[in-house]
Design a protein around this ligand. Structure first.
Ligand SMILES: Nc1ncnc2c1ncn2[C@@H]1O[C@H](COP(=O)(O)OP(=O)(O)OP(=O)(O)O)[C@@H](O)[C@H]1O
Ligand SMILES: [Mg+2]
Length: 254
């Protein structure tokens, strides 16, 4: 299976704190890769390095065979890497539709002049089609003209995922997509992921391991900035080091 996104000895220091430490990570074509680990273990920092939000202190990131270590975030999106954030990141004061179209114009059009930004691009049929089909996928089509601040947190999460889907990524990175959701909303997001996962390679950070264990093909575990174990979920979750960092020394359930 081809590697789509890889890191080589990726490291990020924050004034003495090594948040990500010599990490070799990969997301392969056609696979769902799960990333778990205790709070503060470096998962979000790793996603921020993958998506270009942070520049590494050391090491490299390759995407689709190209070294993208110094490529800015918006260019990585244009290359086919989309992501969502641990805290939902949408514009509350815009409508649902405007949020979608704005991201599409930003990432799918080359021209960045104000005139093009507000007029020409917003009439492009391919953009409107992608926005509408992803809104339908997440079940928010009836809320297209709602102001985003009126949406529940769960619906905002769905909107954020819809925006990522509308960009037609080849790799999608989801940072704790189930955080802060009710059990019902969690069920909806998990079913959506099952429905769309064939369209791209997926990287997913999640604390609720039981909700993703069936979904992921490969599971990686981070602790203190390092990947301490990776492989098929059944084996990884039985690894003594993993069990110790999650459930303490006394655990012996496997
Ligand atoms: N911008 C930053 N400046 C300084 N320190 C940071 C920054 N971002 C993260 N850190 C630190 O890096 C470490 C790893 O943080 P990170 O957010 O990557 O952890 P995480 O595994 O995503 O945790 P959680 O499960 O709580 O989301 C933490 O100690 C955090 O405080
Ligand atoms: Mg995090």
């Amino acid at each position: 299976m081809a590697d789509l996104l890889t890191t080589q000895r990726l490291t990020k220091n924050f004034e003495g704190l090594v948040a990500v430490n010599q990490v070799n990570f990969r997301i392969q074509e056609g696979q769902v890769t799960g990333l778990i680990g205790p709070n503060g273990s470096g998962k979000t920092t790793l996603f921020n390095l993958l998506s270009g939000l942070f520049t590494p202190t050391e090491g490299t990131v390759s995407f689709l065979g190209t070294d993208v270590t110094r490529v800015p975030p918006h260019k990585r999106v244009q290359m086919g890497m989309a992501r969502t954030f641990q805290l939902v990141s949408v514009f509350d004061s815009l409508t649902v539709w405007e949020n979608l179209v704005l991201s599409n114009i930003r990432f799918k059009t080359e021209q960045q002049s104000l005139r093009n930004f507000f007029f020409a691009s917003s009439r492009r049929k391919d953009i409107a089609d992608d926005c509408m089909s992803s809104l339908e996928l997440v079940g928010l089509e009836s809320r297209a003209s709602s102001v985003t601040s009126e949406l529940s947190y769960g619906d905002k999460r769905m909107l954020e995922i819809a925006i990522a889907l509308s960009l037609r990524p080849s790799v999608l990175l989801l940072d704790e997509p189930l955080a802060g959701l009710s059990d019902h909303e969690i069920g909806e997001v998990v079913s959506l992921i099952y429905k769309v996962k064939k369209n791209f390679a997926l990287g997913i950070i999640e604390h609720k391991i039981s909700k993703i264990v069936e979904l992921v093909d490969r599971l990686c575990v981070m602790n203190y900035g390092r990947i301490i174990c990776e492989g098929v979920p059944g084996q990884v979750l039985c690894d003594p080091q993993v069990r110790e960092c999650y459930w303490g020394k006394e655990d012996n359930k496997c």
